[in-house]
Design a protein around this ligand. Structure first.
Ligand SMILES: Cc1cc2nc3c(=O)[nH]c(=O)nc-3n(C[C@H](O)[C@H](O)[C@H](O)COP(=O)(O)O)c2cc1C
Length: 346
């Protein structure tokens, strides 16, 4: 299928939002694997629950909790409204915010306002977003810097999504992918984050990234939103090929594999992170923070108060899980996990 062109991108983004709100787009037979990670329980914690410190530093910014709003949208009116709501919530909660793909902004500069949220989130960690396929097709440092500077981003995420593109009938040339990332990582003015979109960065992808000066890897593993399902709904109105939509590296496995291949690169856990207890398990597997995307879409339509309430309840549950484990801070929780990482290894 030929590229739909910029007008097509805007319409498709709108369909993505509708499908993600209305259809069952979760993995059907695969889970994140996080449910197999036991949260250690300590009946005698020498700790007051209120003392548990959720603060972390991610990509050079201090966060009130190890949480980022995952990359979702921008480019059309509804997307712009959602971005502004999410940005306000990120600022109020002291968490990070990842914008959706800014490709549409580069190709239709009049859509820039739908990504411009810095005024609402002056202190939040803000992460820009572009797709690796666009770099294979000709984008370079110039486009990356334009995306960063137009929104005042602290970092730029590049999404690597071959399965999504193939199911969508989109850009399927990923040849030379590593070289494009290496070129960017060495020269970009802000840290580079490499992410998937829900099918996971596993061991072999992590090996390709070895030696690159990355700010973080967001594993975006399988077990939450399946983009190979979303794209089938968008293209055919139904999931004609359910098996292909179940492909991916589950989030727990992805975390362990990326940690073993890239021990010095901070990992963001995402893909099916739904509860504060999921976040506790991700920290046990060595994540620096988690990111949540689709569950925040419906609250974002309600308004910033609903998003803030969702994030606060999530972080409250994480606080309880850490208290019950006897972990006074995120580093202590990560250390407790050192003994629990083996069970999810192959
Ligand atoms: C409506 C929607 C739009 C998305 N758009 C993007 C995008 O533009 N760029 C990107 O890197 N990821 C995008 N994603 C993928 C998410 O960032 C995330 O990796 C994926 O949905 C898995 O997380 P989840 O299970 O919490 O939804 C999108 C997700 C949703 C729900």
């Amino acid at each position: 299928m030929p590229d739909p062109g910029p007008g097509g991108i805007v319409a498709r983004k709108r369909r993505h939002l509708e499908v993600c709100l209305e259809e069952d787009v979760d993995f059907q037979t695969r889970t994140t694997g996080l449910e197999d990670v036991e949260v250690p329980y300590l009946a005698l914690p020498d700790l007051h629950r209120d003392e548990v410190d959720l603060g972390v530093s991610v990509l050079g910014r201090a966060l009130a909790g190890p949480f980022l709003i995952g990359a979702m949208t921008g480019g059309e009116q509804l997307g712009g409204r959602i971005n502004r709501t999410l940005a306000e919530a990120a600022q109020r909660c002291g968490v990070g915010f990842m914008l959706g793909s800014q490709r549409v902004m580069l190709e239709r500069p009049e859509t820039t306002t739908s990504f411009a949220v810095r005024d609402l989130a002056p202190d939040a960690l803000l992460v820009g977003n572009l797709g690796l396929a666009q770099f294979v097709a000709g984008y370079g440092l110039d486009e990356a810097e334009r995306a960063v500077h137009a929104v005042g981003a602290d970092a730029l995420a590049i999404h690597c999504n071959p399965l999504q593109e193939a199911v969508q009938g989109g850009d399927v040339d990923f040849r030379g992918a590593r070289d494009h990332l290496a070129d960017l990582a060495g020269r970009l003015s802000v840290p580079l984050v490499v992410k998937e979109v829900g099918h996971g960065i596993g061991r072999r992808a992590a090996r390709e990234l070895r030696g690159l000066p990355l700010g973080a890897v967001d594993v975006a593993g399988a077990g939450g939103t399946s983009w190979a399902r979303v794209e089938q709904f968008v293209r055919h109105g139904r999931v004609a090929r359910p098996d292909i939509a179940e492909i991916g590296v589950p989030t727990a496995r992805a975390l362990v594999e990326v940690a073993s291949e890239l021990p010095d690169v901070p990992r963001i856990a995402s893909g099916g992170i739904r509860t504060g207890t999921d976040a506790a398990r991700a920290l046990l597997l060595g994540a620096s923070a988690v990111a949540v995307a689709r569950p925040l879409l419906a609250p974002a339509l309600e308004g910033a108060d609903a998003v803030v309430a969702w994030i606060e309840a999530f972080l409250d549950e994480l606080r309880t899980a850490m208290f019950a484990a006897g972990a006074a801070d995120v580093a202590a929780m990560q250390r407790l996990g050192l003994g629990t990482r083996a069970p999810v290894l192959p």
